[in-house]
Design a protein around this ligand. Structure first.
Ligand code: 3HC
Length: 293
């Protein structure tokens, strides 16, 4: 029998978790949003308000639908608040130890039937599933940033994921009004396997002095019709996330072509994590972003 998802829990109120909560609420799901820091949940609600207002101003959402969506999202201050959820999506930092810690505690709070998903950008679904008490009900549901506007969601089955779980996740994505693709469980799946080496190469291009930040971004925007330049996109994704994904590719595929650029490592070590830290390849502290080098 098909598992019908009505109530969704989201763990992690960063840019991905916030976007996922918003997309679910807009599509009619009841949402519980959790973070280990309450102030991040408050910030998430304010970001959701801004994003919903943007959609209304563009005529993509009606005022009433906006208010209804907003009312469907309720904070979850502990995993116990997920007891009624049919699906819980982990969208914490892209760090395997953090995700394992969450997943090992989460399942005790859930009903036996509940599905568990991770929004990991790169980590093995099979390995994360093994931490839970329900690998057959575990799946990768990988959203793209910014979630409210990006059409694609990657679905990744672990070795133990049951067909029913996959079908329920596929129906869930369709109800969000998004398109799913299926990827096998290999490091960084499809989108990030292709996108992140391109971004890493852009950082090498900067590191080797082939071009400036602006030249590299303009080259790819105007020369390859990308909506954002690769360095601007790296700042948008978060340089820590970019580095984690490259490390997973490098270790998981054991190929030197995935070696993270030392300049990317240096920026992360400096805490220059991109837009969220107000500094990355661009400095966002002024009225307009300016290249940092
Ligand atoms: N909420 C609501 N609406 C939003 C939004 C948000 N957070 N962000 C953008 N929008 C809307 C805008 O209102 C606008 O609507 P319109 O087309 O009706 O005018 C539309 O999206 C475009 O936004 P803007 O005009 O402000 O800006 P741009 O035209 O520059 O588009 C962008 C912004 C959609 C982010 C575009 O630059 C883009 O597509 N960038 C590339 C994004 C990308 O590659 N994402 C994937 C990253 S990889 C990933 O997420 C995987 C992860 O694992 C790392």
């Amino acid at each position: 029998m098909m598992i019908e998802i009505k109530r969704v829990g989201v763990i992690g109120a960063g840019q991905m978790g916030t976007g996922i909560a918003q997309a679910c609420a807009t599509a009619g799901f009841a949402v519980r949003l959790n973070d280990r820091e309450e102030k991040r949940i408050d910030a998430a609600f304010s970001n959701i308000d801004t994003s919903l207002a943007k959609l209304v101003s563009k005529g993509k959402l009606e005022e009433r639908a906006k208010c209804e969506a907003r009312e469907r999202i309720i904070p979850a201050y502990s995993f116990a608040d997920f007891a009624e959820c049919d699906l819980v999506i982990e969208a914490a930092t892209e760090n395997e130890a953090t995700k394992c810690q969450i997943l090992s505690k989460l399942c005790n709070a859930l009903s036996c039937e509940a599905l568990v998903a991770t929004n990991t950008s790169s980590i093995s679904i099979t390995r994360l599933a093994a931490i839970t008490d329900r690998p057959e009900k575990f799946i990768g549901i990988h959203f793209m940033n910014p979630v409210p506007v990006m059409q694609l969601v990657e679905l990744i089955r672990g070795i133990a994921t049951e067909e029913q779980t996959y079908e329920a996740a596929k129906a869930f994505v369709a109800k969000l009004g998004k398109t799913s693709t299926m990827s096998e469980d290999f490091p960084a799946f499809i989108v990030n396997r292709i996108l992140l080496p391109m971004i890493n190469e852009a950082v090498y291009t900067l590191y080797e002095g082939v071009g400036s930040v602006e030249s590299i971004d303009n080259a790819m925007k105007l020369g390859a019709n990308h909506p954002m330049g690769p360095l601007e996109l790296a700042d948008f994704i978060g340089l820590d996330t970019c580095l984690s994904i490259m490390q997973v590719l490098h270790e998981g595929l054991a190929d030197s072509k995935y070696r993270p650029c030392p300049l990317l490592v240096k920026y992360v070590e400096a805490g220059w994590l991109g837009r969220k830290a107000k500094r990355g390849f661009y400095d966002y502290r002024g009225a307009e972003p300016v290249p940092t080098r």
